[in-house]
Design a protein around this ligand. Structure first.
Ligand SMILES: [Zn+2]
Ligand SMILES: [Zn+2]
Length: 149
């Protein structure tokens, strides 16, 4: 899968076919995206490559970790974040994928702070806040994806 910023100066590639993505409705994601929620796709750093000049900015997470967002140096579109306690994983802003119309979130998290007008499909997996580590592992199909290499 490939994606990039608006101006075309930065392009990235994910060496995995359609990794799962989720929607985060937390207020930080609302602020970050300037929108109602963020569509996030965790990908293994080893399967992610990027070309073009990026700017980085750190922000503190409630967990005490630091999230480093990477954005195009020219048009400032945010492309992915790296979190300090998960060095092997990047979180791609899934709306920047070329084929973003193929995406369907496997879960909605921080539903507690979702904007009221956002109505979720009834069969969605929803979490009031952050899912547990075990739920996370299962939702994101991490074990199978790791095994696939
Ligand atoms: Zn750009
Ligand atoms: Zn969030």
């Amino acid at each position: 899968m490939e994606g990039g910023c608006l101006c075309g100066a930065v392009r990235y590639r994910i060496e995995e076919d359609a990794p799962p993505c989720y929607a985060c409705h937390c207020t930080d994601c609302q602020t970050h995206s300037g929108s109602a929620f963020a569509l996030q796709m965790p990908v293994f750093a080893s399967k992610f490559s990027i070309e073009g000049e990026v700017l980085k900015a750190d922000s503190d997470l409630p967990s005490g970790q630091t999230s480093t967002i990477h954005a195009c140096a020219k048009c400032l579109v945010r492309l992915y974040a790296a979190v300090s306690n998960r060095p092997g994983l990047f979180t791609v802003r899934a709306g920047t994928l070329d084929d973003s119309d193929r995406l369907s979130p496997v879960a909605h998290i921080w539903v507690r702070s979702k904007q009221e007008w956002v109505v979720l499909p009834q069969d969605s997996r929803m979490f009031e806040e952050m899912p547990s580590e075990a739920d996370w592992f299962e939702i994101l199909d991490t074990a199978n994806r790791l095994q696939a290499g």
